[in-house]
Write a protein that binds this ligand. Structure first.
Ligand SMILES: [Zn+2]
Length: 481
């Protein structure tokens, strides 16, 4: 435990604050290998909870888990031209194994489309074999030059979904189904409100026909791409010969989708909710939801309060909550409070001798506020508090996003905004990559998405924010991670 570690305030240096929160809450640490990270138990538990929620949602929608190898023959990557162009600069390549040079170098997977659609070519023969709805939980390697804990690391953990369908329509529906599923997970579990929409050609996944994304706004007003869902058309099927016999006896290539979210989400969770005291974890993903701190001055009091604390723990655990009794010796209650706050525990229960006498505990919320609760109503009160905190975090994040969103921006406003406060800037876009590139060069902002209908402005801007020509779509710009 590193109680003395000071957390840099957000206003002073957001990036230092982010690292301090991670180190103080013991979520992750730097590894001896540059660009890689060690995920510590408190951080890994968040990932496990995310996995559990997402895995349940994938299975509810008919997907099955499978596992494909870490190594991919280098020639596989080369089969889809855009794909290899996009990923080749980032790959790690194994050239030797068992002391010998390999006949064909192996790429450490930067994503698994190639090996999966390669295998599907063998497994799919007829329309009866479709759809194939696969998901894989795996580690991925993309050689990164500039890395940040959770946000961009050379090796990271993720899930990648890969599906194959008999028709274009089914594959497109699947792509959008997952986009909506991701959004629901981000909002309901992470309390992270996201914009959804389409990526521009230059921002789409290498090898996709269309890429859709969920974009969140962090507290420093930079956007975070939190998840992507790709409609791949028949691109990979054609590259790998994934064909099937249609109902009327013809041969066709399968239509496919792929989609993923990664441990980057943990970085998003931290940057959305945490404060200068440390991590703020939304209750549904908090490794520990309730920390019970017994307060004693002597041994008699100690056995009294510990007994009550254990009884509270049993009642709360019995209701399915994640609880920890902090019975550490030689540490003042105040130091314990501070420790649990830094670790993002949403609810703390303080139990002193007087509380035991009056059959109550004091409930303190990580997000502020303290009140006594009777032991008899403990489970109900704690559950309510956790639900309220979860809802309030989402609402606060949504409000912050709205306050930092400017619609129908002019060129001057866009430039000024991106040089200063940041945030989401909505404006008209002519669809020309020349404007997209110029905006990126001059403001460092990129098109995050061409937003889905529900996020669009009431009145679609008629002119491109940059060149003034006719706008073909509304776009959302932001500086991004
Ligand atoms: Zn333009």
């Amino acid at each position: 435990m590193s109680e003395e570690l000071r957390i840099t305030p957000r206003a002073e240096d957001f990036s230092a604050w982010y690292n301090d929160v991670i180190m103080r809450a013991e979520l992750a640490d730097y590894s001896p290998v540059r660009g890689c990270m060690v995920i510590r138990p408190h951080g890994y538990r968040i990932w496990e909870l995310m996995q559990g929620a997402l895995d349940g949602m994938f299975k509810e929608t008919g997907h099955e888990n499978a596992y494909f190898p870490l190594f991919i023959p280098e020639s596989f990557l080369a089969k889809e031209a855009e794909h290899v162009e996009g990923f080749a600069p980032q790959t790690a390549v194994v050239t030797h194994g068992g002391g010998k040079e390999l006949e064909e170098p192996l790429v450490v997977r930067p994503t698994s489309e190639t090996i999966i659609y390669g295998m599907l070519a063998k497994w799919v023969q007829s329309y009866r074999d479709l759809p194939v709805l696969l998901n894989q939980w795996a580690n991925i390697v993309r050689w990164e030059m500039r890395t940040r804990l959770f946000l961009r690391t050379t090796e990271f953990l993720w899930q990648e979904g890969h599906t194959a369908h008999a028709t274009q329509q089914e594959a497109e529906e699947e792509t959008l189904l997952i986009l909506a599923l991701y959004r629901r997970f981000m909002e309901e579990w992470m309390a992270l409100p996201v914009l959804t929409g389409l990526k521009t050609e230059s921002e789409k996944f290498a090898g996709a026909v269309r890429t859709y994304a969920c974009e969140g706004l962090m507290q420093d007003n930079k956007a975070l791409q939190a998840g992507t869902s790709h409609f791949l058309g028949q691109n990979f099927a054609k590259a790998f010969g994934t064909q099937f016999q249609t109902q009327d006896g013809k041969l066709d290539y399968v239509w496919s989708s792929s989609w993923g979210v990664s441990t980057r989400l943990i970085g998003g969770l931290i940057m959305t909710h945490s404060d200068d005291v440390g991590l703020v974890a939304p209750p549904r993903l908090a490794p520990i939801q309730v920390a019970i701190v017994p307060i004693w001055r002597n041994d008699d009091q100690k056995s009294l309060v510990l007994e009550a604390a254990r009884a509270h723990e049993a009642a709360l655990s019995g209701a399915g909550l994640r609880v920890r009794v902090d019975d550490r010796e030689g540490m003042k209650p105040g130091a314990k409070y501070f420790d649990w706050e830094a670790r993002g525990v949403p609810v703390r229960l303080e139990v002193g001798p007087r509380d035991v006498e009056s059959q109550q505990a004091v409930l303190a919320r990580r997000t502020g506020g303290k009140s006594p609760v009777s032991a008899a109503e403990l489970v109900g009160q704690v559950t309510t508090a956790l639900d309220e905190i979860q809802a309030a975090l989402l609402e606060a994040a949504r409000q912050r996003r709205e306050e930092n969103t400017v619609r129908n921006v002019t060129k001057e406003q866009l430039t000024e905004l991106m040089a200063g406060a940041g945030g989401f800037a909505f404006g008209g876009y002519c669809g020309d990559e020349v404007c997209e590139t110029a905006i990126q060069q001059e403001t460092k902002a990129t098109v995050r998405v061409l937003p889905d209908e529900e996020f669009r402005s009431e009145k679609t801007p008629s002119k491109c924010v940059w060149c003034g020509k006719k706008s073909v779509a509304e776009a959302v710009w932001a500086r991004a991670y």
